[in-house]
Design a protein around this ligand. Structure first.
Ligand code: IMP
Ligand code: MG
Length: 183
């Protein structure tokens, strides 16, 4: 679906499908260069990173293995607590492998801080993070992110994998959700 299909649910479109694809191609070129000659495993964080994984992976010009994790943050309502439970673990053994975690957004940073240290404890050759979006003002944990698509204001955004109550994930663009939708 396009933003035209969601009526006035968006205050504004932050990034169009084309702008997202352009930025992902730049990020992929950097990843190709940084991991040249290395065997890379990219790990998508379900469900939000599905679109980013699909498009970022296809923009790479090198072979890459893809795996998935699903985690849930314990917390009240929309507040992440940093206590994370694994719902689906990796299929792959990552010891001695180069791992790149791919996520769609870093908000407080609590989830990725936990995930990075969890994967780091499995003796990989390296663990890095790529995220399409980051909200610097919301960050509560300093996360060392190697690849960032866009830094955005501290507002709730949907589309391109990002949901509000499981909706809008299939929106092509990324937009700021209008308050009348969540209040
Ligand atoms: P954290 O606060 O960095 O741990 O973010 C955890 C998760 O919250 C992200 O991976 C998203 O799934 C979700 N999230 C954070 N901000 C937004 C947003 O603006 N829209 C939709 N989901 C979000
Ligand atoms: Mg996520």
């Amino acid at each position: 679906m396009d933003s035209a299909h969601v009526g006035d649910d968006l205050v504004k479109v932050l990034y169009t499908e084309d702008q997202i694809q352009d930025r992902l191609r730049e990020m992929a070129a950097q990843i190709d260069a940084d991991y040249a000659g290395k065997d890379l495993l990219i790990v998508g964080v379900l469900k939000g990173a599905v679109m980013v994984m699909a498009d970022l992976a296809r923009s790479l010009t090198s072979h890459v293995e893809m795996d998935w994790m699903a985690v849930s943050s314990y917390g009240s309502g929309t507040q992440s607590s940093g206590v994370v439970r694994i719902l689906k673990d990796l299929d792959a053994d990552i010891s001695d492998r180069h791992v790149l975690i791919v996520d769609e957004i870093i908000d407080t940073g609590l989830t990725l801080t936990w995930l990075t240290s969890n994967l780091a404890s499995r003796n990989p050759a390296s663990v890095e993070i790529a995220t399409l979006l980051r909200k610097p003002e919301a960050q509560r944990m300093p996360v060392d992110v190697k690849y960032v698509g866009f830094d955005i204001p501290n507002e709730f955004v949907v589309g391109y994998g990002l949901d509000f109550k499981e909706r809008y994930r299939n929106l092509r663009d990324i937009g700021t959700l209008a308050p009348h939708v969540y209040s």
